[in-house]
Write a new protein. Sequence first.
Length: 287
Amino acid sequence: MDISVYLHQVVTVLAREFGFRSYRDAERLEKTADFLSGQFTSLGYQVTKQPFLFRGKTYHNIIAELTGKSSPEKILVVGAHYDSVQTTPGADDNASGVAGVLALARVCAGTPLNKTVRFAAFSLEEMPTYRTSMMGSYQYAQSLHEKEEQIEGMICLEMIGYFSDRAGSQHYPVPFFKMRYPTTGNFIAIVGTMKSRKFTARVAGDFQKGTDLPVVSMSAPPIVIGIDFSDHWSFGKFGYPACMVTDTAFYRNLNYHGPMDIPETLDYERMAKVVDGLKVAIEEWAL
């Protein structure tokens, strides 16, 4: 199956069939988790469900591992959150990111890599757990730290489906960024904090080997609004190098957290190019 078709199918299931995936509806999130687990299993992966409690209810992170051959103890995590705020079906935020993770698991399945890659779907990234220890990704990163696992990096997919060729469609947290970076939202961004700048630059460089999609790479301190606004924040808290692959969210997509964040607004051909680039980045790291 063509990757763009697969991406469209997954986004449609998440945004249409499951719809609003808020923490308020733990049962719906559990059904979503079961769907994601089934997708990984159908690709031949062994799947682990990590449970955690929030306000008396159980939520799950879903982990699928592609075990390395010669250095399995060295691990790269590739993840995205599957919950949404209660005001949106969350096609871009973040069904697109989850679809990207599943597509990467699909194209990497059976690839003989030397290092281990873990594909992860996290629950509870959005408010009220956002940027707290109750984020699903924080719970997972904490467990890795406690087990002293050798995490060499984390790639977070956060909104990867919205593109625009309209002049002036790209905005930035600081006005003078427009003097250095594109003002048309037809690129993917790979960003991280200064602590992860070498890892971010490496991922961006390897990404470019696999696709003709324009990419903008940026490392900045947390004072730059949005630079650590997703699950890579959790991994950074435990000292792991981490970066975010993103269409820049509210700096481009005006449907952010709204009812019109629907599957029809996304560009699946360009999303497939994001997958192409990340596949090469993963292989360059793990081979």
